[in-house]
Ligand binder design. Structure first.
Ligand code: GLP
Length: 239
């Protein structure tokens, strides 16, 4: 695990965009794993500006997002597909993108076909991750065992509390989501995890210095051969 600490969130975004840009330049038909949340938003802005400047061509890139809420009506502004369109896909020439379909009738089958689609495309070259305040990655919440493949997950109360800022009231925050599993994430050929702000400092500390345990899902990343972690000073405060 390579850990970089930057002075500002803007530097994290520039560095993260540089890694993603290098991936796309070196392999124009890359399969990218993408993330939602406030953390990667500036990174996406950097990628959009590289694209607009004629530096990055995404036309052969395929992307798979980590997760999607279950139970939000199609087109809801806070669905992760809406988020990704607004913050990235509508502004670049991405070849194709996929997210798990949280409105699928058969959610179990949707999980299986999402997993299969990733495999059929040759697996993920670079997976971008944020981290939850409680150490979750994707929506793999702390628990007794690491999840293997894409799964239907129930959000931890701390995640519902953290995500309520995007909704009018806490009752509107979905309680369930479809998420790539820890196994899906660990199969990516390389991983880039970003964390910003003091609210993430404890989770970052546990991920890097604590025991490898399903109680801190991100801690498993220490078992992956190619993980880069980019932090701002606040998120690195406890290291
Ligand atoms: C959500 C997402 C995660 C994300 C986390 C942190 O729960 N499922 O993929 O990493 O929130 O979000 P933020 O970047 O807004 O702090």
């Amino acid at each position: 695990m390579v850990v970089h600490v930057f002075d500002t969130p803007a530097q994290v975004a520039q560095a993260a965009a540089a890694v993603i840009a290098a991936q796309v330049l070196q392999k124009p038909d890359s399969v990218l794993g993408l993330a939602t949340g406030s953390t990667p938003m500036d990174t996406y802005r950097e990628l959009i500006s590289l694209h607009r400047g004629g530096v990055l061509d995404f036309s052969r890139v395929k992307s798979y997002n980590l997760d999607e809420y279950v139970g939000l009506p199609a087109g809801h502004p806070e669905s992760y597909v809406s988020f990704m369109k607004r913050n990235l896909f509508d502004h670049i020439n991405i070849g194709s993108y996929s997210l798990p379909d949280g409105s699928a009738r058969d959610l179990q089958r949707e999980c299986e076909s999402y997993e299969q689609a990733i495999r059929d495309d040759g697996g993920i070259d670079l997976q971008l991750l944020g981290i939850g305040n409680n150490g979750h990655i994707g929506f793999n919440e702390p628990g007794k065992a690491f999840t293997y493949s894409t799964n239907l997950t129930t959000l931890a109360q701390s995640t519902i509390d953290a995500n309520k800022r995007f909704f009018d009231s806490i009752d509107q925050v979905p309680r369930q989501a479809l998420s790539m599993g820890i196994g899906t994430i660990m199969e990516a050929r390389s991983i880039l995890l970003l964390a910003l702000g003091e609210a993430k400092a404890q989770a970052v500390y546990q991920m890097i210095r604590g025991p490898i345990t399903p109680r801190v899902p991100a801690s498993i990343l220490r078992g992956h051969a190619r993980v880069t972690v980019m932090l701002d000073k606040a998120a690195a405060a406890r290291l």
